[in-house]
Design a binder for this molecule. Structure first.
Ligand SMILES: Cc1cc2nc3c(=O)[nH]c(=O)nc-3n(C[C@H](O)[C@H](O)[C@H](O)COP(=O)(O)OP(=O)(O)OC[C@H]3O[C@@H](n4cnc5c(N)ncnc54)[C@H](O)[C@@H]3O)c2cc1C
Length: 385
């Protein structure tokens, strides 16, 4: 089969080409895969470097979801942690705040139950667009696709190297469990969700913890949990052991961490120096997997990919982004209950490019609050009392 490319020249359509390849089998990849199945796209696959839900499997053992699960589906309101219409992790698992492993099992259940097409233990090394097709370089060969949905997440791409000597710290994303920590005092650099989570679990074990943050996350006024700490975290900060053992240092930027005579010297802006016997824990967030394919996106001022209204790259037709790195104006889609509302936008765009009918699909997803195409309703603050 031959097809004309944008320049009027002829490009050969590879016989093995998928209509769509999804990269990553976390909640974003699995969720958008289910939406593709619902809209009737058949010739697609999910490529996963490890196993379904592998980022969640790597969470520290004690870490739990901060967003609660509740089986509210019977009145048409999706469980906050659900990635598909009609599904409730709360109902499946009988757990309100799942651990990473709990949630990975839930994702595996969905993949098996819905028989989603998936290639596990297959890393996507690079992507190139030639004519109307993407060449996807995987471990063993090259595969082709008309569209790619990039859903490779953030967790496996931590933000390190942010100050001098940050290699002397341990990033929270590589911690297996806090119960392995044997010393009596620890330093945590970064005071958003991961940093406070680390401080909470260490404080529960009676450790003294000193937290530094360049801002004041626990003092943010907004009601948006993408910016402020979550209710679950504020509640844990009121815990007796947290109050007794944790010291919070706001507006304190760490400039360097040096190992001198077996002690870690932590220098903050202004020159003050703190000491720690143990490697400081780095809770500095994530640079995100989109950094691996940044040549295929225009960058916004904040470094996140610039997207069309369909969450497609503005410079590479057919390349979509799903998951926590999706940004539109000031809206941050970093939680499941936020970015899941964009799965159907992407699925609709791909289905229409293949000539499929989407009206019923859109109506069903809209009725479940899973089709957010009007962003003017976002960003509202809650009433305060
Ligand atoms: C401590 C912590 C607590 C959190 N709590 C919550 C919460 O309570 N509620 C909530 O909604 N969100 C929470 N989040 C955020 C949530 O974890 C993310 O939204 C979610 O993991 C993003 O899903 P994803 O599918 O985009 O990425 P991931 O879950 O990271 O999945 C990406 C997948 O892509 C695969 N992959 C990566 N690169 C490649 C490649 N090159 N080739 C092939 N495969 C690849 C990975 O193996 C992985 O399986 C939390 C995050 C952290 C760190």
């Amino acid at each position: 089969m031959m097809k004309k490319n944008h320049d009027g020249g002829k490009v050969k359509i590879p016989k093995d080409a998928y209509d769509t390849v999804i990269v990553g089998a976390g909640p974003a990849g699995v969720g958008v895969g289910i939406a593709l199945q619902h809209v009737g796209v058949k010739n697609y696959t999910i490529i996963e470097r490890d196993e379904v839900g592998s980022s969640f499997i790597s969470w520290p053992e004690e870490t739990r979801f901060i967003t609660p699960s509740f089986p509210s589906n019977s009145i048409g309101m999706l469980d906050l942690n659900s990635i598909a219409i009609g599904v409730s992790p709360a109902y499946n698992m009988r757990i309100e705040h799942p651990t990473g492993v709990d949630f990975a099992l839930h994702l595996k259940f969905l993949v098996n139950e819905l028989q989603l097409p998936i290639l596990e233990n297959t890393n996507v090394n690079s992507i190139k667009k030639t004519g109307d097709f993407f060449e996807i370089n995987i471990d063993t060969s090259v595969i082709h696709a008309k569209n790619i949905i990039w859903a490779a997440g953030e967790y496996q791409y931590p933000s390190t190297g942010i100050f001098q000597g940050s290699e002397n710290c341990i990033h929270t994303s590589v911690i297996k469990k806090y119960s392995d920590f044997r010393n009596s005092e620890y330093t945590v650099i970064g005071g958003y969700e991961s940093g406070i989570d680390a401080a909470y679990h260490l404080a529960q074990k009676g450790k003294k913890v000193c937290v530094f943050d360049k801002n004041c996350p626990w003092g943010e006024e907004t009601s948006d949990p993408s910016v402020a700490l979550s209710t679950f975290t504020f509640e844990r900060m009121n815990d007796y052991n947290f109050q007794k053992n944790v010291t919070l240092n706001a507006n304190t930027t760490v400039k360097s961490v040096e190992l001198v005579n077996g002690k870690y010297e932590i220098t903050v802006e202004g020159g003050e120096v703190y000491f720690s016997d143990e490697k400081p824990l780095l809770a500095s967030g994530f640079r995100g997997s989109h950094s691996c394919i940044s040549h295929l996106f225009e960058a916004r001022q904040d470094g996140f990919p610039m997207l069309t209204e369909q969450d497609c790259s503005t410079i590479t037709d057919g390349l979509y982004l799903c998951g926590p790195s999706v940004r539109h104006d000031g809206h941050i889609f970093c939680f499941i209950y936020k970015y899941r509302q964009r799965f159907a936008i992407v699925a609709k765009s791909i289905a229409e490019s293949l000539g499929l009918e989407t009206d019923e699909f859109v109506a069903a997803y809209k009725s479940w609050g899973m089709f957010l195409d009007d962003l003017s309703c976002c960003g509202k603050e809650c009433l305060t009392c």
